[in-house]
Design a protein around this ligand. Structure first.
Ligand code: ZN
Length: 53
C-alpha cells in the first residue's frame, strides 16, 4: 500500500495492465516515448512548468 497506481496511461489514455506500468503511469511504449521527449524538450519542459504557475 502507499504506491499510487494509475489505471490509464497518462500519454495515450489506454488501460494499463501491469503493476509496473500502473506505478509509472505509462505503458511500455509510451514510457519510452516519454523519456525521449523529456530528454529532447528538457529546456521547454521547465519553461512550461514555470508558465503554468
Ligand atoms: Zn500509452
Amino acid at each position: 500500500m502507499g504506491d499510487k497506481l494509475y489505471k490509464k496511461c497518462l500519454r495515450c489514455n489506454r488501460k494499463l495492465k501491469t503493476i509496473k506500468a500502473q506505478k509509472r503511469g505509462y505503458g511500455d511504449h509510451c514510457w519510452k516515448e516519454h523519456k525521449k521527449e523529456v530528454k529532447q524538450n528538457s529546456g521547454l519542459f521547465n519553461l512550461s512548468l514555470i508558465n503554468k504557475k
